[in-house]
Ligand binder design. Structure first.
Ligand code: 26Q
Length: 803
């Protein structure tokens, strides 16, 4: 063992261990080393962090504020060290102390403050903002319990509480001085001068907790500011002394409930009061913080749009539009119309879904009871909006009803998407197709009224986490082939395509992929006792479980393949491993049933000696960012098979392609643009287009006839429906299969034959390994454009005006 005292970094880590963690090297457990390492690295980040803040202040720079109820940042240590360019140094320092960096990285908990794509996008954006040296703050909630931990018990999903803060969080700084009053309920009064005063019935204090976000090469460090909630009078001593010990703490318990848990639904708007309270709590604290900073630095609130760009990550923070209006009108005494111009010029809104059940709207009585002043402001905005709309030629009563901020059909509700749309100067979709569908469907009438507001910003992913860090082998190969330019500009990856046909490069590519697969196989053996063949084709579908993402299509095709392999064992089958992972919203019955089906099919297939190792199926529990970082570099085939028109963009699709997996996918979301960039010859596209799906849904689609016309599909559906995979409960999948016969909303039957045929094309391709590897290399080379640096540059230039 080298001598630690000769390595200055090792000496600092040791000193931190002793003086800040309170352990000596002999007694230290891995968690203590992790804490000591993080605290030491953090100390070095702080200098850059403060310098970044000073520079932005001195330059009077415009700041970007990204408001999101989710930041799915995952583990931070590896990312921070890599972006600082200090991985070799930290590895060596720890080694001199007898500690393995990889081992302690592995015990850092995932910060799982998000459900899926939208939350991970926010995390990639934060990293790219720092990389592009843009002064930016992310604002969100510091949930005490993030996304639930998933256990699979007898094939069923079981949700367990997630406890990322159990060992403390050495990354964060609590800022007791940055605290704001957030009120709820109560009533509103106006004086003779028309001045409005809101007296909330309750209030909590929002306290800032900051985490540094390091950009690539450590150029800039930005702040992720997450709010926690504190009761004003955390313990009522009068009550306590009177013997009411629980009542004395009730305020704190009630305040904490706001930040207790992330809502684990990504595609249905829960509509619960606590969710609206969370949304207002963090929106209000964030807007107050932004306004305070602006006034402190620039004096005049009227210049806010010149110095602040606030981006709303979906409608979850849309109440911020009304909150800014309230502060401008009630606190800064700006006239309503002038305040409205300031507000619109400040906000941008990003839409992430067209699913009607995911569009947020709040029952009017609930909104009014919780936020009486905001309700008045929403009415005032609506009156202005509808007055203007009425003046426009062709706007009839139907259009007015669609544009209104209040949904009057049935129980009256406040439409958050309409509020965000009218309160923002820019409204963007997240892939080209999605943006077009926004114009044609949900926002058709608002789009006619404001034809220049809707614009597209195709999503991206950070190549630091999703290539350099998760796949160092491939990164090294690319460097050897094309040099280092791609490290700072992902579009330079295109040069890698020149090496696609080079047999030596192909061989190295294969060696890297195989090593990644072996590492995954080892990991899965450890966590679930699974034995997989690293030479099989790894076919992967990992994402939230949802009917529109069509895990069921994949499972039914797996059943059909199983059947085929048994009926025709003599054919030249290509060994396949089918991997599934993902969480289902706790209340989503069919999604949970699909998880059980995947597990039932896996049990049956994996224990059937007649498939002879040609097919293995596994559902990997507890999908999260860290698991994705292990699975994606090991994937050969990326399943992106959503019903066309339903996946806004997808970002997993980009991560797989960047790691040299081929995509099997529909013409949905960003798949379309991925095909354009990697070339139609290097991707497997199948199935109905969005237009064709819409036409079929419009009438005349008879799924029963389609199922009966496809022997393979009929057999698979019948096998599942009749309990072949669930002998313990033969009726378990009856209703699920009947759904296919009755309506098949997600077009599983309609796309089945095309999907199965596409899978057989995949088999043929895989059989020609040189052709497969060439295509895989062209995928890596083709997707540099999907770097979140490109996406953020577009937001910066076209929406925020900061570049
Ligand atoms: C809303 C109200 C109440 C409770 C929960 C929610 C809620 C929470 C999360 C609604 C939606 C979400 C998450 C949506 C999401 O992740 N959308 C995905 O966003 C990605 C980034 O743009 C896209 O790539 C995906 O296509 C899209 O599904």
């Amino acid at each position: 063992m080298p001598n630690a005292t000769e390595d200055p970094l090792a000496a600092r880590i040791l000193d931190t261990l002793i003086h800040r963690v309170g352990k000596d090297a002999k007694a230290a457990r891995p968690h203590d080393w992790l804490a000591a390492t993080i605290l030491t690295v953090r100390d070095d980040i702080i200098d850059r962090w403060m310098a970044s803040t000073r520079e932005a202040h001195a330059a009077g720079a415009k700041r970007v504020y990204y408001l999101s109820l989710e930041f799915l940042i995952g583990r931070l240590l590896r990312d921070a060290i890599a972006n600082l360019g200090r991985t070799p140094e930290v590895t060596a320092a720890l080694a001199s102390l007898g500690v393995d960096l990889a081992e302690i990285e592995e015990i850092e908990p995932d910060a799982a403050l998000g459900n899926g794509g939208l939350g991970r996008l926010a995390a990639c954006f934060m990293e790219s903002l720092a990389t592009l040296e843009l002064p930016a703050y992310g604002y969100g909630i510091r949930y005490m319990n993030g996304m639930f931990r998933q256990r699979i018990d007898d094939g069923w999903q079981v949700e367990l509480p997630e406890t990322w803060l159990a060992h403390g969080n050495p990354w964060e700084f609590e800022r007791r001085e940055s605290a704001y009053f957030v009120g709820f309920g109560g009533d509103v009064a106006a004086n003779e001068a028309g001045q409005v005063h809101w007296s909330p019935a309750e209030a909590v204090e929002a306290v800032a907790v900051d985490t540094p976000v390091v950009g690539w090469r450590g150029k800039r460090v930005n702040t992720l500011r997450l709010w926690t909630a504190v009761a004003f009078d955390p313990i009522r001593l009068d009550q306590f002394n009177a013997g009411d010990h629980e009542g004395a703490l009730a305020g704190q318990v009630r305040a904490e409930s706001l930040v207790r848990v992330l809502y684990p639904a990504d595609s249905t708007a829960a509509g619960q009061e606590l969710r609206l309270r969370q949304e207002y709590f963090f929106s209000s604290a964030s807007i107050q913080d932004i306004v305070r900073r602006h006034v402190q630095y620039f004096g005049d609130i009227r210049t806010l749009p010149d110095k602040a760009a606030i981006q709303l990550n979906d409608t979850h923070p849309a109440v911020a539009v009304a909150e800014l209006m309230r502060l401008l009108v009630d606190h800064h005494e700006i006239a309503f119309d002038a305040a409205w111009e300031i507000t619109k010029a400040t906000f941008g809104y990003t839409n992430h879904t067209l699913l009607p059940e995911a569009l947020e709207s709040w029952p009017l009585p609930l909104f009014e009871r919780l936020l009486p002043r905001h309700m008045q402001i929403v009415y005032a905005i609506n009156a202005k909006l509808l007055r203007e709309a009425r003046k426009v030629e062709g706007v009839d009563d139907r259009a007015i009803a669609a544009i209104s901020l209040i949904d009057e059909g049935g129980e009256r509700r406040v439409r958050m998407a309409n509020l965000a749309f009218v309160g923002a100067h820019s409204v963007n979709g997240v892939a080209a197709l999605h943006t077009e569908l926004m114009k044609q469907t949900v926002f058709a009438d608002l789009h006619r009224l404001y034809p220049t507001k809707i614009n597209n910003k195709t999503n991206g992913i950070t190549p630091r986490r999703w290539l350099f860090e998760c796949n160092p082998g491939l990164t090294a190969l690319i460097r050897d082939c094309i040099g280092d330019a791609f490290l700072d500009d992902a579009s330079a990856l295109s040069a890698f395509a020149d090496h696609a046909g080079d047999a030596q490069v192909q061989e190295r590519f294969d060696a890297v992929k195989r090593a990644n697969k072996v590492a995954l196989v080892d990991h899965l053996k450890g966590v679930m006792g699974l034995r997989l063949d690293p030479d099989a084709l790894f076919d992967v579908q990992i994402k939230r479980i949802h009917e529109y993402k069509r895990q069921l299509l994949n499972i039914l095709e797996t059943v059909a393949l199983y059947d085929q392999i048994r009926s025709h064992p003599e054919r030249d089958w290509q060994p396949r491993v089918k991997l599934f992972a993902g969480k289902a919203a706790s209340s989503y019955h069919n999604a949970k049933l699909i998880i059980k089906l995947a597990n039932d099919v896996a049990r049956r297939v994996n224990s059937d000696p007649s498939v002879g190792g040609l097919l293995k199926v596994a559902f990997v529990p507890n999908y999260n960012v860290s698991l994705a970082e292990k699975i994606i570099p090991a994937a050969d085939l990326s399943e992106q098979i959503s019903t066309a028109g339903m996946e806004a963009s997808g970002t997993g699709n980009m991560k797989f392609a960047l790691n040299g997996a081929l995509t099997i996918g529909t013409l949905d979301g960003a798949n379309i643009e991925i095909r354009d960039y990697v070339g139609a010859d290097n991707i497997v596209i199948f199935g109905l287009t969005a237009d064709e799906v819409a036409a079929k849904r419009g009438g005349g689609y008879e799924p029963r006839a389609v199922i009966e016309a496809s022997r393979e599909l009929a057999q698979a559906v019948n096998a599942v429906a009749s309990g072949v995979f669930s002998p313990d409960d033969p009726n378990r999948y009856k209703d699920l299969m009947n759904g296919l016969y009755d309506h098949d909303w997600f077009m599983v039957a309609a796309d089945f034959d095309a999907y199965a045929a596409a899978q057989r094309r995949v088999d043929g391709w895989w059989d020609d390994q040189p052709a497969w590897r060439a295509a895989a290399i062209r995928n890596v080379a083709g997707v540099g454009w999907f770097s979140s640096d490109r996406t953020i540059r577009e937001y910066a230039e076209q929406i925020w005006g900061v570049m």
